[in-house]
Design a protein around this ligand. Sequence first.
Ligand code: CA
Ligand code: CA
Length: 765
Amino acid sequence: MKRSILHAVTILLAACAAVVATGCGGDDTPSTPQTAALRATPQSLDFTADSYSQTISVESSGGRWLVSSADGWCQTDVTSGSGNGTVNVSVSANPEQSERSTRLTLRMTGADDVVVTVRQSAPGEEGIVVEPDPWDGVKRADITYQLLIYSFADSDGDGMGDFRGIISKLDYLDRLGVSAIWLSPAHPAASYHGYDVKDYEALNPAYGTEEDFKALIDAAHEHDIKVYMDYVINHTSKEHPWFVEALSGEDNPYRGYYVLSNDPAADIAAGRIPMIATEGASGYDAGQWFAAVTSASAEPQKLRFTLRWSAAPTLTVDKVDDIENSGTPAGKYLYYGNPGKCAEFFEQEDGTLALSLEFSSPWGCLVRTSSTSWAAGTKYGAKSGADKLAWGEPLTLMSNSSTEPKDILLPGMESVMYHSHFWTDWFADLDYGSAEECEQSDAFKAVSASTHKWIDMGIDGLRLDGAKHVYHNAASNENPLFWNKFYNDVNEYFRRTHSDDIYMVGEVYSDYNEVAPYYFGLPSLFEFSYWYRLEWALNNATGCHFAKDILSYRELYATVRADYIEATKLTNHDESRARSLLGGSIERAKTAGAVLLTSCGSPYVYYGEELGYVGRKDNGDEYVRPPMKWGDASTTTFIDKIYAGMDQIGDVAAQSADEESILNVYRTFSQLRNTYPALATGEMTLHPTYNSDNTRYKQIAAWYRTEGAQRMLVLHNFSNAPTTLTLDDDIEKAVAVLGSVSSKLSDSTTTLRLGGYSSAVFMLK
Ligand code: CA
Ligand code: CA
C-alpha cells in the first residue's frame, strides 16, 4: 500500500498570524458577574522581529470602550470605540537581542478589563525546518481507535452504521495510523448502545451478518488493523434467554446464572451470596435489587377466576377445560399480561363474579374496578409477595386506597429478587460464585466459551466492560482474581491457534491507584488518570508536572505486572468530549492530541476526537456519540441528539483538505509515532530543566523518549502565551511541530520559541 510521507515543511514566523487568526480558544471559566460584557479576540498577539500589523476583534454589550497601550513600539489605530469593532495593532521592528512584550488594556464602564498580550520575537530567530524521516510502513505506534458501530459509517443507506460501513473506512483508519479498532458491543442487545447483551454468540442484525463481520475482520487484517470486541459480562439484558429461563422455575438449570434471592438481606447476612458481602454499601458494593416473578409455565392456560365482592374481596382460580362466560358485565376487571389488558367479570346467579379466559401473564394479575383509571381504591392485589393464589382457594385482596398492593401470583409462581449493579431493572448481574472458584460456575463457562466463536472468526482481543463491578466486595482482590481466571481461560483457547497471547483491556473507571491491582488479571487497562491530569494541566496552563505524574503511575503498575500495557486516552463514550472539557478550545484539543501521541503508553483515540468533536453528556450520553462526519452518504443518522456547536465541526473531507485542521495534527503525530520506535515504545524520562522543579516555565511539558540509540525530545506549551526556552540538548533536527515554533541557534545552546499551545519534537544526536 502506498504510504504518503510528511514533506519537509518550513514553518516560518509568518505562520504566527495564521495561528492567531484562528483564535486562542474560549474559556468556560466564569468570571465575576458584570452588568456589561467586553471581549477581545484573540487575547494574545505574536509578532516577528520585523514589523507587522494584526487585528483584534472587540465585542461589547454596548457603550464606549477605551484601549490603552503601555509601550511606544506597539501602536493601535484607534484608542476607543463602541459596540462591536476592530483594533489594528502594529509593532515596529525589534532592535533588541531578546524577545519583548507588552500589554494592551481594553476598558469599559461596568465590565471587567480585558488584557491583550503582545509579544515580539528577537531578530535572528528562524523558522524550524521540519524533516521527519520517511515512514517504513510498519505500525509500531500501538494506536487503537474506539468507534461506535451505530454512529461510524453506514453502507446501505438506512442511516445505521454497520460492519460493511467500517470496511469502507479502513483506508481512512490506515491513514490515521491506527493498528487496532475497538468496536462498541456487536451482540444483539436491548439498548441502542449494546451494553445489555441478549446473546453472546450472535451479532446485532442491524449491523450486518456473520459473513459481513468476518469480512470486516479479514479486511482489517489486510490493513494491519486488529479487531477488538467489547465484552459486557458483569450482567446481561433481562431479555437474555438465560434470564428468562432462570425465572421459569426453581429447578431450571439457568437458575444459578444470576444473583437471585427471595430475601437478599438475609442471604447476604448469612454469606449465601459470595459476590455480595455487604448490602447497601456505596462504591463498589452499590447496586439494586429488583423483583421478578418466576413462572412454572409461560404457556397460556384455560382458567376460571371467581371474585367474591365485599369490603375485603377474595379471588379464586381454577383450571377448566372450556372457556365459557355468561351473565351481565360486572364493572370489575382482571388485569394481566404483557402488554397489560383488562377483561371484565360477569355477574353470576349466586352473587359471585366470574371470568373464564385463556391466561398468560409473566407477572400474575390484578383486579380493577375501572378499565381506565388507577386512582386510589380502584386497584386490588395481594397483601404481600408471599401471599399468592393456590388452586381453588380464595385469596383475600387489598386495594390501593392507602398502601400499594402486590401483583397476585398464580400457583407455581414465585417472587424473586435479582441484582443489578447498574441500578436498572433492564440489567441482571451474572453470578460467578466465589472468585476463588469462579471458573466452576455455569455462567463463567458459558461466557468464556462464547468467545471461541469470535476467536475462530479471527478477532484479536476483547475490551472488558465494567471490570470493577463484577464482585461487590471492595476491600478484596476478587475482581482482579476473576479477570485473571477469565483471561487465562480464554487465552488457553486462543493459544491453540495463535503463537501469541490474546489482548484484553479492562475498563476500571477509577484513578490509577485503583486500576493498578487489576494488572494481576489483565495485560492492559485504561488509564483514566492520564486524561484527568492532562485536562487539569491544559486548563490550568501548567505542563511542568504532567510527565512526572504519568511516570509515577507506571512505577505503581510495574509493581504488579512487568509487561503492563497502559492504555492512555483522552475521553471515551461515557465521558464528555475532551474538547468541551478543554473549554471548547480547538488549540487545546490539538495540543491534547499531540501530547497523547508523543507520550508513553498505548493510546486510544475516540472517533471524532480527531475532528475536534464537542459534546457534554449532561443531557444524555447520545450527545457524545453522534454520527461521524464523513461529508458523504456513509454518514449515519441513527443518533439524532446532536450537541450545539457540532454543526461548526468540519467533516473528514473538509479537514483533509485543510492543512491547519486538527485531523492533520492527528495524522502528523500518529505517523511520527509510527515512524520512530522511541516515540512508539521508548522509555519516557523527565527533561532535566523543564519539569516540576522549574516553576518559571510551569506552562511547559517536556520529556525524552528513548529506544536504543534513538533519543527524542518532546516539548509542549500548555498555555496560550508564547514562551522562549533555552535548551542545552544536542539537537540533530526537528521532526514535527504544531502551531508556531521558531529557534535561534548558537554554539552550545538553542533558544526555542514555542507559541501558545505549540509543540515541537526533536531528534537528538
Ligand atoms: Ca446500515
Ligand atoms: Ca456485579
